[in-house]
Design a protein around this ligand. Structure first.
Ligand SMILES: Cc1cc2nc3c(=O)[nH]c(=O)nc-3n(C[C@H](O)[C@H](O)[C@H](O)COP(=O)(O)OP(=O)(O)OC[C@H]3O[C@@H](n4cnc5c(N)ncnc54)[C@H](O)[C@@H]3O)c2cc1C
Length: 561
């Protein structure tokens, strides 16, 4: 008997196989800027389909373990991680996925665009990183905070080192059991240690990458007021002077048994007088400074969502090219093409949001006040919109594989498990929607977004009249709803609608970004991004049935830059 064995999906080089990524890099960096990044992107891409893919698999199948005591009863709080995790750690340093925006040569070459190159690196590497992208996000957030405050330059140098023997990552200890979103209820206290320094006491409930050399912890200094504003970020060295034993007073109570991100050691931590260094003046409210870190990690979350969606699409496309149904290849089946086409449209939208947000971050860090103002709204929108899209898409990707998508050793179920964390950590969808309301209510918070939407609709009027009309109508409705929300954000009806409004804003912003790119591409004779933008607008703003267009335009969509 001949037994049928299905060929599994292979992975193409993610850089050369991603026309959207390359097109956006050409536009955001200029062709010379993109050319200067090519060797970095190609080198990383080659590793992603080679050793890093194997390392990813190893780390996923050998989860971390905590040993609290040695044989003689001494507390050691040791977290053992796999060889694959260590390989990802070394790769993250070598490829500068944290360091790039801080390196003088990168800033000389790309200026604010160094953040755009960084997002491209994350896009290629994140999905095959065994979620080492998580400690990378937190290390970048910590580096941004240390850069901004000028505190602890020695630690900053290690966070942005590209030598794996020197580079470290950071944790971020904010969440306590009584409140993750409601951090104003934090009870971790900071007190003078009697020798001119500070020590922290309290429990932290979710501490990812607990193997990191340091963490940034929020604590309330003795005598500080109640509420979130008065919390202060402290740098906590994770290890003692020998670099191995735990810091004095630090206990890792247990590791979380999580749905996904299984290679990442996430611990519960007890701090009992643990030495710590304030990163801002402990006599002043410090939460505003901490938001520097949080914005960076939220953008990494958006990058992870976009990268995961693109990689899921790659796997599903590869499978559709191998798998036969109803007498033909899945890739030729109209219904499956429409399914994959919709996923391609959503993946493109998520990428546009992530790329735009990193571009804004780079400009804001280079002193561009307009970019900083736009980022205030764009960051929560990018994080919440991509998080929801990623979960919905991941579920579809599993279904694209039929039963195999539900079977662990295909590696496919991980896509869904790992996507589910994206709308939770660093602010749930609802919590970010409340942030969006706050941003809309502060001064002219919505102005940059509304200007962008109007300009995109105007620019598309002649080339894509139907689409421009849909965007203009959506913009008018949004402007009215924003005015209502800004007038009385505390009205329970406004609060109840915050999530719906935020998602509509996120989808509209995405529409504008895709149209801007389409206009740029059309000038170069490429109409494929216009198809992508049109279908996004019809799907997400017009809620139209675009199945027939998705089937007919499938090849163009998949190859749209
Ligand atoms: C895998 C993983 C890793 C994590 N790693 C870290 C880490 O390294 N460091 C860290 O500090 N934290 C970490 N977290 C914690 C995470 O940031 C929190 O779980 C998250 O912020 C939500 O907080 P919570 O769990 O207390 O839920 P809650 O805040 O209790 O939320 C419960 C529900 O209430 C809703 N809600 C809360 N506030 C509002 C509001 N104002 N309006 C409307 N609805 C609201 C939420 O949307 C949610 O649905 C991690 C979480 C996970 C799952």
């Amino acid at each position: 008997m001949t037994r049928f064995v299905q060929t599994g999906p292979s992975l193409r080089d993610p850089y050369t196989a991603d026309p959207q990524l390359r097109g956006w890099l050409d536009r955001l960096l200029g062709e010379d800027g993109h050319a200067a990044a090519k060797h970095r992107l190609s080198d990383l891409s080659a590793e992603v389909i080679g050793p890093l893919r194997a390392a990813h698999h190893d780390a996923e199948t050998h989860p971390p373990a905590l040993t609290r005591f040695d044989a003689w009863g001494e507390r050691i709080e040791r977290v053992d991680t796999s060889a694959g995790w260590q390989a990802q750690r070394a790769a993250a340093a070598r490829h500068g996925v944290v360091a790039l925006p801080y390196l003088p040569e990168a800033r000389d070459t790309w200026g604010p665009g160094a953040r755009v190159v960084q997002q491209a690196l994350l896009h290629l590497w994140g999905p095959e990183s065994a979620t080492f992208s998580c400690p990378v996000a937190m290390a970048d957030g910590a580096a941004a905070l240390l850069t901004q405050t000028g505190a602890q330059p020695g630690w900053l140098a290690r966070l942005i080192a590209t030598d794996p023997a020197v580079a470290i990552t950071s944790g971020q200890w904010m969440t306590e059991s009584q409140g993750g979103s409601d951090i104003g209820r934090s009870t971790t206290a900071a007190h003078p240690d009697g020798a001119g320094g500070w020590a922290l006491t309290g429990d932290k409930w979710f501490c990812s990458a607990i193997d990191s050399a340091m963490a940034v912890a929020l604590a309330r200094p003795e005598g500080a007021g109640a509420g979130s504003r008065h919390l202060v970020p402290f740098l906590v060295p994770r290890y003692g002077a020998d670099g191995r034993s735990p810091a004095p007073g630090l206990q890792v109570l247990r590791l979380k048994d999580k749905l996904g991100t299984r290679a990442v050691p996430t611990g519960e931590v007890r701090l009992d007088g643990v030495p710590a260094f304030p990163l801002t003046d402990p006599a002043q409210p410090g939460l505003a400074a901490m938001m520097t870190l949080v914005v960076v990690t939220r953008l990494h979350n958006a990058a992870a969502a976009a990268g995961g969606m693109r990689r899921g699409l790659e796997y599903a496309l590869a499978y559709a090219a191998e798998r036969t149904v109803a007498g033909g290849l899945l890739a030729d089946n109209p219904l499956h093409r429409a399914t994959l086409g919709a996923l391609a449209v959503d993946a493109a939208g998520a990428f546009a949001l992530a790329a735009h947000s990193f571009a804004l971050l780079g400009r804001a860090e280079h002193g561009d006040a307009a970019a900083a103002a736009e980022l205030r709204l764009a960051a929560p929108l990018a994080k919440l919109t991509t998080g929801r899209l990623a979960v919905a898409s991941a579920s579809e990707y599993l279904e694209c594989f039929g039963g195999a998508g539900y079977v662990e050793d295909t590696g496919i179920p991980r896509l869904l498990r790992d996507a589910q964390v994206l709308p939770i950590w660093e602010g749930t969808t609802n919590v970010l929607s409340v942030d969006v309301l706050r941003a809309l209510g502060s001064g002219d918070g919505a102005r940059p977004l509304l200007l962008r939407l109007t300009a995109a609709a105007d620019a598309a009027t002649h080339r894509l009249p139907g689409v421009a009309e849909a965007l203009a109508a959506a913009t008018a409705r949004l402007a009215a709803d924003i005015a209502t929300a800004a007038a009385d954000p505390r009205d329970p009806r406004v609060a109840a609608g915050a999530r719906e409004l935020a998602l509509r804003l996120g989808h509209a912003l995405t529409a504008a970004l895709l149209l801007e790119h389409a206009a740029w591409a059309a000038e170069r004779g490429d109409e494929r991004p216009a198809l992508l933008a049109s279908l996004w607008i019809l799907r997400r703003l017009g809620h139209a049935d675009i199945s027939a267009d998705l089937h007919a335009g499938f090849d163009q969509l998949i190859n749209a830059a």
